[in-house]
Design a protein around this ligand. Sequence first.
Ligand SMILES: Nc1ncnc2c1ncn2[C@@H]1O[C@H](COP(=O)(O)OP(=O)(O)OP(=O)(O)O)[C@@H](O)[C@H]1O
Length: 286
Amino acid sequence: MGAGDGASAVPTVIAVASGKGGVGKTSVSINLAASLVNAGQRTLLLDTDMGLANVDVMLGLAPRFTLADVFAGRCELQDTILQGPNGLLIVPAASGKRHMTELLPQQHVGLVHAFSQLEVPLDVMVVDNAAGIADGVLTFCQAAQDVVVVVCDEPASVTDAYALIKVLSRERGVTRVQVLANQVQNPIEGRQLFEKLERVTSRFLDVTLNYLGAIPRDEWLRRAIQRQEAVVDAFPSSPSALAFRDIARRARQWQSPPGARGHVEFFLERLVARATAATSARSAAA
Ligand SMILES: Nc1ncnc2c1ncn2[C@@H]1O[C@H](COP(=O)(O)OP(=O)(O)OP(=O)(O)O)[C@@H](O)[C@H]1O
C-alpha cells in the first residue's frame, strides 16, 4: 500500500464487488475506506454504481457534480471530489441515471485512465462497484490491485460470487481474490461460506482465494446507515466497527501482485511515467 510519501506515490486500488446485489457491498466500501482514513491513509472512495449510486446518500453528502457530469463533459473528474468524514475523499456516481449503467467499454477504460492523471495525493482508492458482472464491474476489478468479493449466507450470493470470480479469472486475468463474509451470525459461519466458495473455485478455476474475514450482522450498522454515517465513526466500539478496523489493518499489509495485468490498470500510467523519469535521470547522470 502507498507509503504516504507524497503526491508521486502510486496508490493501491481495492475494488469491492459481490455478484449479487444487497449483500452489503456499499456498507463494506464505506467502512473499509473510513477505517483506512482513520488509520492515516489518504483515501478516495469511488462510487461506480451509476444505476443505484448510494455512497453519497449513505454518508449524507450533497454532490454538486457526479461521474455522470464527467461523462457528459460538464466537468472534470477533479471537480466531482467531495470531502467526507475525517478527510475521506469521495467521487460520487449519479443515482437513478439508467442510461449511465450502459456506458461503453471504452468509457470505463477512459475513467480508469482519468484517475492516473488525477493530481491528488492518495495512498489508497476503494472502488464500490455495481452488483452483477457487467463490463464496467469487470474492468474496474481488473484495473485494481486487489478485488474484495463480499458474500453473505444466501445460496444466490455464493453462486453469483462464483460467477463473478469465474469471469474475472477467465476473461480478465485476475489471479487473486479476497473474500469477505458479511452479515454473519458467528465467525464459523463466515469461514464456512469461504470454504464453500473455495471448494468450487479450486476445482474449476485458476485463481487464489484469500479469506479476508467476516463482518457480523450488526444492528449498530443499520443505525449508522439511518444516521448517514459510517459505523466505524458513529459507533466505533460496535462489533461491525471492530471487524472493519481489523480488515482495514489487514488490507494495509497486502502486497501488490507482481506485474501489471494489462492496459487497464488504475494509476498504471503514473507508475510508468515515474519509471521512465527514473530511467532518464539515471542515464543523464551516467
Ligand atoms: N453487517 C451488517 N449488519 C446488519 N445489516 C447489514 C450489514 N451489512 C448490510 N446490512 C444491511 O443490508 C442493506 C444493504 O446494504 P448495502 O446497501 O451496503 O448493500 P449493497 O450490496 O451495496 O446493495 P446494492 O447491490 O443494492 O448496492 C443495508 O441497508 C443494511 O440494512
